[in-house]
Design a binder for this molecule. Structure first.
Ligand code: GCW
Length: 687
């Protein structure tokens, strides 16, 4: 008897913990019952919706669901409504999103509330920084799924199509509806006939999942591939070239989304090469799109080497252009004023440009957050940004509300995330990094969701037991919830703050080594490298103190924020401590709120971050019985690496800054285990 029970228990475990390589993402769940679907229309999208219901149904056996295409004034494009046993939407993609929402609710055990679900943004897009040769700028999960090098680089294989379909499905399942297929540092090649044919093939696979394709373009394309003498946006031949190109694209891809443009930025060509403004450049392209309904996403990521404060420049360049852009131009603004740092205050452009559509750009790929080695859940970072109050139209004018059409009547609303996926089997390099793809999609759909809610869903879908009968609302046993969900969720939710602590606490930013943006390099300042590409420009440490003075007495970047923020950031008494060294240059013995000196607090923060990672390791080891071996080991070995690197960060930064502070590392924290010189020389070798 006893042996049989043990055997049954063994079977249950071996079934629910079968090896998983992570390729199925958060879409692992299988149907446990039969479902009848009534749908009067047929189409590729509706067929997918029906099949998804059949594949994933976890509700009452033999239930009937009706899919109804019917508009309703309260339904936005892509929105849907749950009525009793019915999903109603005005568009086919709305039906598909309704299906995914219903299935997610079944799988995570959430009630299916009968109400309307509308997306926060009209365009919810991934930006792929993929190059035509298949490499990916700041990609850490293998090569591009879209492009490759070699003789057959343009041949579309069945394998390509299968992968693109899986990609499309994953995106649609979280509500994403756009994909920019190539790097913003764009190759003009992308607009050639050959490449457009491949874009067409990709678009065909993505289309039934409601996903539109977009391309990044190089501003100098008319002169580079069009053989024109200039790419001046006001030149009639240039205007004609772009008009013809856009027309050609629509003849190949009739539902093409539009262009993403990085111009007059980091050495990329742009309108400023011809003494024209960003508005001249963007509007010229926007006019070409007008007849087709396409849009131009124009990036505001600009900074010149000569300015004394990089953080001020996007605002300085773009504010005078407010109101000068066509209504099918959206200015794409990174969350912070510098560059996807572990922590930045929000970009002051949000809410400030009142007559121009603005869209947030987040970075899913962890360029500055440990790449595919560190576990850093970015939900809390994006939530922090979206919920930041700009005060532009009084309290409550959050970044989210000032970009999603709630406050300003934008013709188009959009949000972009720089993708973290590649050809790696698990898509993202790190199993946990899948959570960031998921979180971006969920926030793009609903920018008021909490990270806690998103983490909860993702963990249940990604690690929940999958044995038939064990999923769904009844599927999460108390044991699993207590010993897996709760600790893993806590760990994930803490991970971003931990990264800030062991990398750049208290408002430090951009103190990375060289251009790889992985490890610490507060010392990095070789001769000949642009000052604003070296950390001393940002930390400004000397024997008197540390930090960037952006107050009225300094570069006055604080004035770009609406009151009461300008005063709050300017005044040491009210500046949030998380932004202390972002806005202030302070003496080492300045007293922070804990009562410690600034120097001691810096050391304690690094120590805290490192200890947090050590705790993550302990948490993860304890959940071993609840995870399949492959994914367990992947995460365990990554955490080990993360811990070693957190130690490097702590030692490098405390020892480096100690040269200026000339104070002891507080005696009750662990002593450094590395020598500063060794860290510097090993970093120099890696450059
Ligand atoms: O974060 C920086 C990156 C560049 C990137 C640039 C941008 C695509 O280091 O690799 O280029 O931002 O966003 O344009």
């Amino acid at each position: 008897m006893k042996t049989t029970a043990l055997f049954v228990l063994f079977m249950v475990f071996s079934i629910s913990l079968f090896a998983e390589n992570g390729h199925d993402l958060w879409l692992r769940s299988k149907s446990t019952g039969k479902i009848n679907v009534i749908c009067k229309k047929t189409s590729p999208t509706l067929t997918i919706a029906i099949q998804e219901l059949q594949k994933g149904w976890q509700g009452k056996d033999n239930a009937t669901i009706t899919l109804t295409l019917k508009s309703d004034k309260a339904l936005k494009k892509d929105g849907f409504k749950f009525n009793k046993d019915e999903i109603q939407a005005g568009t086919e993609s709305g039906i598909l999103y309704g299906v995914y929402e219903l299935l997610r609710r079944q799988q995570t055990g959430e009630p299916v509330e009968e109400k309307i679900y509308n997306p926060s943004y009209e365009i919810r897009t991934l930006n792929h920084w993929d190059n035509p040769d298949g490499s990916i700028e700041r990609g850490y999960a293998g090569k591009s799924i879209f492009w490759r090098n070699g003789d057959n680089s343009m041949t579309v294989t069945d394998k390509d199509k299968d992968l693109w379909q899986e990609y499309a499905r994953a995106n649609a399942s979280v509500g994403l509806n756009g994909a920019v297929l190539n790097n913003v540092n764009a190759s003009p090649l992308m607009l050639s006939k050959e490449y457009l044919e491949r874009v067409k093939a990709i678009a065909e696979v993505l289309r039934p999942y409601g996903i539109k394709t977009f391309l990044s373009v190089k501003f100098s394309s008319p002169s580079q591939i069009g053989k024109l003498k200039t790419s001046d946006p006001l030149d009639p031949e240039v205007i004609k070239w772009w008009n013809d190109k856009v027309k050609e694209i629509y003849s190949i891809i009739p539902d093409f989304g539009g262009f993403l443009v990085k111009a007059s930025s980091e050495g990329q060509p742009g309108p400023q090469d011809y003494e024209r403004s960003h508005a001249d450049g963007a509007n010229m392209m926007a006019d070409a799109f007008k007849p087709f309904g396409g849009i131009v996403m124009w990036r505001a990521f600009v900074y010149s080497p000569n300015d004394k404060d990089r953080a001020r420049q996007a605002y300085t360049e773009f504010m005078p252009l407010d109101g000068k852009f066509r209504d099918n131009v959206i200015i794409q603004v990174k969350n912070g004023p510098v560059d996807f740092q572990p922590r930045e205050p929000f970009s002051p452009l949000f809410g400030a440009m009142k007559k121009t559509s603005l869209m947030p750009e987040f970075q899913i790929t962890q360029e500055y957050l440990g790449q595919a080695i560190h576990m850093v859940f970015l939900g809390p970072m994006w939530e922090e940004c979206l919920k930041s109050d700009t005060y532009q139209e009084g309290p409550g004018s959050t970044v989210g509300r000032s970009t999603d059409g709630s406050i300003y009547p934008q013709k188009h609303t959009a949000i972009a995330g720089v993708s973290n996926i590649g050809l790696d089997t698990n898509w993202c390099g790190h199993q946990m990094a899948q959570a960031n793809w998921y979180a971006f999609g969920r926030l793009a759909w609903n920018n008021t969701l909490t990270s806690e809610k998103i983490a909860d869903e993702w963990i249940k879908l990604t690690f929940g037991p999958v044995k038939p009968g064990q999923t769904g609302s009844l599927g999460f046993s108390n044991d699993w919830t207590e010993h897996f969900l709760v600790p893993v969720k806590k760990m994930i939710l803490e991970s971003r703050e931990a990264a800030v602590n062991y990398m750049m606490p208290l408002g430090f930013h951009h103190i990375f080594s060289a251009n790889n943006h992985y490890g610490p390099g507060p010392w990095y300042a070789p001769k000949g490298v642009r000052a604003d590409w070296t950390p001393p420009y940002y930390h400004k440490a000397d024997t008197l103190g540390v930090g960037f003075d952006r107050t009225h007495a300094g570069t006055d970047a604080v004035s770009q924020y609406h009151e009461p923020l300008a005063s709050q950031f300017n005044d040491l008494k009210t500046c949030p401590e998380i932004y202390l060294l972002w806005f202030h240059h302070l003496p080492w013995d300045y007293k922070v709120s804990s009562g410690r000196t600034l120097w001691d607090e810096i050391c304690y923060s690094y120590e805290k971050g490192l200890n947090q990672v050590r705790d993550f390791q302990k948490t993860w080891d304890k959940v071993e019985p609840y995870v399949d071996k492959e994914r367990f080991e992947n995460i365990r070995s990554k955490l080990k690496n993360q811990c070693r690197n957190a130690q490097v960060w702590k030692d490098a930064c405390t020892l480096y800054f100690q040269q200026f502070s000339r104070r002891p590392i507080p005696y009750d924290i662990e002593r450094p285990v590395y020598e500063l010189n060794d860290l510097i020389s090993s970093e120099v070798k890696r450059r």
